[in-house]
Design a protein around this ligand. Structure first.
Ligand SMILES: Nc1ncnc2c1ncn2[C@@H]1O[C@H](COP(=O)(O)OP(=O)(O)OP(=O)(O)O)[C@@H](O)[C@H]1O
Length: 225
């Protein structure tokens, strides 16, 4: 379960502190799949960064599966992220010099045996329909195929929390629907908590739950800038 209590986040802008987020109380149950929508600049990505521990709140508490993220040192937050969070980006963030399979193998937990790793990686490439493309580098893959590889990478170690920031933002509408279905299906089957930022309301409608950022961010609406 995720619990956010009294969290605020501001950024320094032109010598002033600009408040971006103020969330007094928000909870997400383990295994929920939520689409997070809202206007540009309203703090959706910032919320994901706080949950992943990349950013720290100015004040307040962030608990993820019993861990007080707001209290962890930077190195403990790095470890938390590596062990408990899978991140999916709009532009995939695959390493261009490695094949799709090598990108995934980098993330395989160190305590897995070679055989266990091979079976799991084989299984995931088959599951997402990418087995015949696994030895290709990102530049040799379509954008949808790159995102499938990035999804395996985010999910293979079974982190409890998957954060996806516009995961279909750079895909055509048909591929976007396929990728969103795949992500939802995997997270449901594996009972992973999924929080996806999307601008696309049709894609958000595929989710069992939709949360508009302004339902949880108590600051007045701010335009992009
Ligand atoms: N590191 C930073 N330093 C200064 N300002 C920042 C920083 N990160 C985000 N902001 C500002 O905070 C606000 C919220 O940004 P955020 O990326 O969270 O919005 P968003 O809702 O995800 O927007 P979009 O939908 O356009 O991606 C924006 O005005 C942005 O310019």
């Amino acid at each position: 379960m995720i619990a956010i209590k009294g969290v605020t986040k501001s950024f320094a802008m032109h010598g002033k502190s600009l408040p971006i987020l103020s969330v007094s109380d928000w909870q997400v149950e383990q295994g929920e799949r939520i689409a997070l929508t809202g206007p540009s600049g309203s703090g959706k990505s910032t919320l994901l960064h706080l949950l992943s521990g990349v950013m720290t709140p100015d004040q307040g508490e962030i608990w993820v599966h019993g861990l007080p993220i707001h209290q962890l040192s930077e190195s403990k937050r790095d470890r938390y992220r590596a062990e408990h969070v899978g991140y999916i980006f709009q532009d995939f963030h695959l390493i261009s010099s490695l094949t799709a399979r090598q990108n995934v193998e980098l993330i395989v937990p160190h305590n897995w045996t070679k055989k266990q790793a091979k079976v799991q990686v084989d299984d995931w490439f088959e599951r997402v329909g990418l087995q015949d493309r696994q030895h290709h580098r990102p530049a040799e893959l379509s954008r949808g195929q790159q995102q499938r590889a990035a999804i395996i990478r985010a999910i293979i170690a079974k982190p409890q929390l998957i954060l996806a920031d516009e995961p279909t933002g750079s895909l055509d509408w048909e591929t976007a629907g396929d990728i969103m279905s795949l992500l939802l299906e995997i997270c449901e089957a594996e009972k992973l908590t999924l929080l996806t930022v999307t601008h696309d309301l049709h894609l958000a409608d595929m989710y069992p739950k939709r949360v508009h950022i302004q339902e949880i961010n108590e600051l007045p609406r701010r335009e992009a800038g």
